[in-house]
Design a protein around this ligand. Structure first.
Ligand SMILES: Cc1cc2nc3c(=O)[nH]c(=O)nc-3n(C[C@H](O)[C@H](O)[C@H](O)COP(=O)(O)OP(=O)(O)OC[C@H]3O[C@@H](n4cnc5c(N)ncnc54)[C@H](O)[C@@H]3O)c2cc1C
Length: 283
């Protein structure tokens, strides 16, 4: 199928992008286009104006400062995967990125596009939440920062206002005592996951503390499994079993054509065992 007719403007700056977005209430930001163009082609959306932000400078840097790593919205997923700074300071992202689609899509798809789209089955939103990261936003009203905990609001719904631009994400830089775990189950490598899990924890001797477990593909947003986190934090021999039981009762995934909710709950427990083992075994 072909998209409905639309106008196209290439923004010269963030202010120009904000101005263009404010000029038409159907306008959409165009970043890598890997999801947006498919949506237009299927006529699931018909904006009158696309605002291309690819010419806006300063949105494709990776910078480490003040104990954080900042990744610009226009950094391609493939470039983030090749970045030594991302591998060193945000190893959870490096674990997750190879699971996003295929190389051709990662070559164009952007970090900011994935976070702004907020697909509930996507890897990066769950990682951002597991890392306790934040999102930088610019718009006509100025700039603001939103914590990942407050950013994902509903199905494909975020804290971004319609005429705002996500400019970067920031996450705490990795330190020696932090542990990161990532696993997902997809029918074929590169497909969206049936269920996935991104996790972080602080190693406290042999114990894992400050555990954050964030599932994707099980709800309208990335979902923190707080009861399972608490069960793991209590530790002891039964901690993991209690956490697997807790996950099955606190997650409430829907049935769909790919898997039943019951199957997804079971898979969530399988992933939990794998991810906890990965974090415990990390040197
Ligand atoms: C076949 C296929 C398989 C895929 N598999 C996966 C997968 O397994 N996992 C996964 O996570 N993703 C997957 N994707 C999606 C891919 O990762 C996209 O690149 C990503 O979701 C969107 O990034 P983009 O830069 O292409 O954004 P675009 O398609 O340009 O934009 C997506 C949406 O976000 C908005 N947007 C984009 N950037 C900004 C910004 N900076 N500020 C404000 N709004 C913005 C756009 O207006 C649009 O609504 C797949 C895509 C395809 C086509």
């Amino acid at each position: 199928m072909k998209p409905a007719a639309f106008a196209y403007s290439r923004a010269r700056s963030l202010d120009h992008a904000a101005e263009l977005l404010a000029s038409d209430d159907s306008a959409r930001v165009l970043a890598g286009g890997q999801s947006l163009i498919a949506t237009l082609n299927m006529r699931l959306d018909a904006p009158r104006l696309l605002v291309d932000i690819n010419g806006v400078s300063g949105l494709d840097d990776v910078v480490e400062r003040n104990g954080q790593i900042e990744i610009g919205a226009l950094v391609r997923q493939a470039d983030a995967l090749r970045s030594p700074a991302v591998a060193r300071a945000a190893p959870l992202l490096s674990k997750a990125l190879p699971h996003i689609a295929h190389p051709a899509i990662r070559n164009r798809g952007t970090i900011g596009g994935s976070i702004a789209l907020a697909d509930p089955a996507a890897e990066l939103p769950a990682c951002l939440l597991a890392l306790g990261g934040e999102v930088e936003i610019a718009g006509a009203g100025g700039r603001r920062t939103v914590k990942a905990d407050d950013f994902f609001r509903g199905l494909f719904e975020t804290a971004l206002d319609r005429a705002e631009i996500l400019t970067a994400i920031r996450v705490p830089a990795a330190s020696a005592n932090m542990r990161y775990g990532f696993a997902e189950l997809a029918r074929r490598h590169g497909d969206y996951a049936l269920v996935g899990l991104a996790a972080t924890a602080r190693a406290d001797g042999a114990r894992l503390a400050d555990i954050r477990l964030v599932y994707f593909g099980v709800g309208a947003t990335p979902v923190r499994a707080r009861a399972a986190e608490a069960a793991l934090a209590e530790g002891g021999a039964g901690g993991l079993e209690a956490a697997v039981t807790a996950v099955a009762s606190e997650l409430d995934p829907d049935d769909d054509i790919h898997a039943s909710g019951r199957t997804r709950k079971h898979l969530a427990g399988v992933l939990l065992r794998r991810v906890v083992q990965e974090m415990r075994e990390a040197a």
